[in-house]
Structures are given as C-alpha cells and as structure tokens.
Design a protein around this ligand. Structure first.
Ligand code: GN1
Ligand code: MG
Length: 353
C-alpha cells in the first residue's frame, strides 16, 4: 500500500481537494498502478519500477516528445501521456520512487485476457496505428528506456552469462530448458540477418503489446494504447511478435499444463488483419514475407528472459510460487514449437494484400 506521506504529497501536487480514494489496479509484472478517485475526476497513479527502468527521466523525455508531436500533428489521436503537476513536471520523485499521474479515460476499460478475435483485431489495429502515425516522427530523438530491450542476441548473451554464474541446484532444474533453447539458435541467426543487413527498418515501437495495454470503449472498440514506458526505436517484429505470443495462444504464459496450449488461428488472422490495417503500406515486402516469424523471435526471447531470471534467482519477474519462471519458460518453449508448426496457408496475409 502507498504510504500516507506519499499520497499527501501527490494529492497536493495535483491539487486534488477533499477526500480521495485509492484502489490498487491489477498490475503487470513490472510497475504498480492505482486508480485515484477524487471529487473532481478520476486518475491513474503509477510508480515506476527503477530496478527495471534505471533512468526514469528517459521515459519522461520520450513521453513529452510524443505528446508534443501528437498535439502538433494529430490532435484527434488519444495519446494517454502523464499529466503535469503544479510544478510543471510530469513525474514526481518521492524518496527513491518515481510516480506519474495519467488521466483516467472515462468509459474505457482494460482486459486481462482475450475472449474473441474481434478484441485481437482491435488491439492489433491500435498498435499498428500507433507506429503508422509516427512514420514521419524522428525516432532517433527517443531515448532507449531499457537498452537492448528486445535485442535477441543480447538476451541470449545474458542467458549464457546467467548460466555461467548460476548455482548447481538451479542449473540442474534449468538444464532441459537450456538444452531446448540450444535447438533454436537458427532464430537468432535469422534475427541477426534482419537487423544487421538492414532488411528490417527502425520505427517507433511500443514493445509491450499485451492485451491489458489497450483501452477499450463500451462497445469494445479499441481507443488507445497505454503503458508507454517501453516506447523506443525498434522493429515491427517486436509488437507483432508480442501480440502473436500473447493473443493467439489459447492460454496465458502462466499456464502450467502444456497440453492446454494451442494456437487459435482465428485470433492469429485477426492480429494480422488488425495490424496490417495501418501497417500494410508502411512495411517493406521483406518484412511482410516475415510476418509470422516475428512470433518466433519474441516467444523465443521471452523463454530466454524467463529462464535467465530463473538462473538469477527470480530478481526481475514477480513470482508467487517457486519455479514459476521455469513453468513460464516451458510454456513459452511449447508455444514456440506450435508456432514453428504453422504451415504455409497461414502466410496468406502477405500474398492476398
Ligand atoms: C513485463 O509490464 P508487464 O508486466 O506487462 C515485461 C515484458 C514481458 C512481460 C511478460 C519492462 O511486462 O517485456 O514481455 O512482462 N516488461 C518489461 O509478462 O520488462
Ligand atoms: Mg509493461
């Protein structure tokens, strides 16, 4: 729970009069988020996890740039950036923690899982629209809020390093998964080709497209993307691949029963259709030929990240039971295998567009 001194300071900085109510919102694995109910409106309060984002000012810099860009170029776009407080700042530091306040967009809600392909379409449409609207924005001005965040070769190096330094018992448990990882190194090779031969272009990407990062209205239409801290220069496969990873699987990354993991083809089709609505004219033909491969890159990367965290005694991802990161790794490796079994007909998006 938030200390009372923190609440008072934020309340004063945002000029919230009278009694306020603060409710914990179901948070992701990284940041803590609350809904604040005041007499003159509702807000979202969020604390930045500085173990993950060691330089929160970079996030603030990026969000200001984007907010300015949208307000000059595209005022109709709903960009849910942090609000300025009485000191003109969009971030407050209290002790070691940084907080931001966002407007609560009335009439919208978030989802923690998808129930039908229309939701996948809506979300993918929103993430594609976001990148497409920023096609003329100079993404080189953006800071890397987490350096090498979606750099697969770096993630593999981190994994190798964690393996070298892990203790014996942890390694024994991780070994079958480490072995499995090594059967997939062709993904790493292909990734290196994508990024080093300039076959994929750098654009402004969101980098965390899970369904809970989309706002839906009462008619269940997508209206905005949120959780903007990982917006950085990146590649199309980060967002498309993370949507494949999290939308097309019949169960979440937390599912321990591997036999219940299946690929929902209608959801896959909806992701592609939604994403390509705005991205089709922007992606190169090389990128379009590799749409499906993006799922493999990001699912493999997530398996590496979960296993690395397990080897490092679970310092990064929030865990509620022992070996959770190992179960998550198994889940992702199983999903990866199913993605690799997808056959040519699923490529139809490229050939029909
Ligand atoms: C983290 O913010 P959250 O919990 O939705 C992570 C993502 C991972 C995801 C796996 C900054 O996302 O990259 O894909 O967990 N975010 C960060 O659940 O590391
Ligand atoms: Mg996040």
């Amino acid at each position: 729970m938030l200390p009372i001194q923190v609440i008072q300071k934020i309340q004063q900085q945002y000029n919230w009069e009278g009694n306020i109510q603060i409710k914990v919102l179901k948070s992701g694995l990284i940041n803590h988020t609350w809904k604040v109910i005041t007499n003159n409106g509702n807000y979202i309060l969020q604390a930045i996890n500085t173990h993950v984002f060691s330089q929160p000012e970079k996030i603030d810099h990026n969000l200001r740039l984007l907010s300015n860009y949208f307000s000059q170029q595209n005022q109709n776009y709903l960009f849910v950036g942090p609000m300025s407080n009485l000191s003109g700042k969009t971030m407050i530091q209290i002790a070691d923690t940084y907080y931001r306040v966002f407007p609560f967009i009335e009439g919208t809600h978030t989802k923690t899982y998808l129930t039908n392909p229309d939701e996948a379409f809506e979300a993918a449409y929103q993430f594609g629209k976001f990148t497409a609207l920023l096609v003329d924005f100079n993404q080189q001005e953006l800071a890397n809020t987490i350096p090498f965040f979606h750099h697969l070769a770096f993630r593999y190096w981190q994994f190798q390093n964690a393996w070298q330094n892990a203790d014996g018992q942890v390694k024994i448990k991780a070994e079958p998964f480490a072995y499995n990882i090594h059967t997939h190194l062709q993904i790493l090779e292909k990734y290196n080709f994508f990024i080093h031969k300039n076959t994929c272009l750098i654009r402004t990407m969101h980098h965390d497209t899970k369904i809970s990062n989309v706002l839906f209205n009462e008619q269940d239409k997508g209206v905005a993307v949120i959780d903007l801290d990982t917006i950085m220069p990146g590649y199309f496969f980060s967002d498309l691949g993370d949507m494949m990873r999290t939308y097309i699987s019949s169960v979440s990354e937390e599912e321990k029963d591997l036999s219940s993991i299946a690929i929902r083809k209608e959801f896959l089709e909806a992701v592609m259709d939604g994403y390509l609505t705005h991205m089709d004219p922007i992606l190169t033909s090389f990128e379009k030929e590799n749409l499906l491969f993006s799922g493999q890159i990001i699912t493999f990367m997530q398996a590496l990240r979960f296993l690395t965290d397990f080897l490092q005694n679970n310092q990064y991802y929030n865990c509620t039971y022992p070996d959770q990161n190992l179960y998550r790794t198994a889940n992702q490796l199983h999903l990866l295998k199913l993605m690799q079994e997808l056959k040519a007909p699923e490529q139809k998006w490229y050939f029909t567009k």
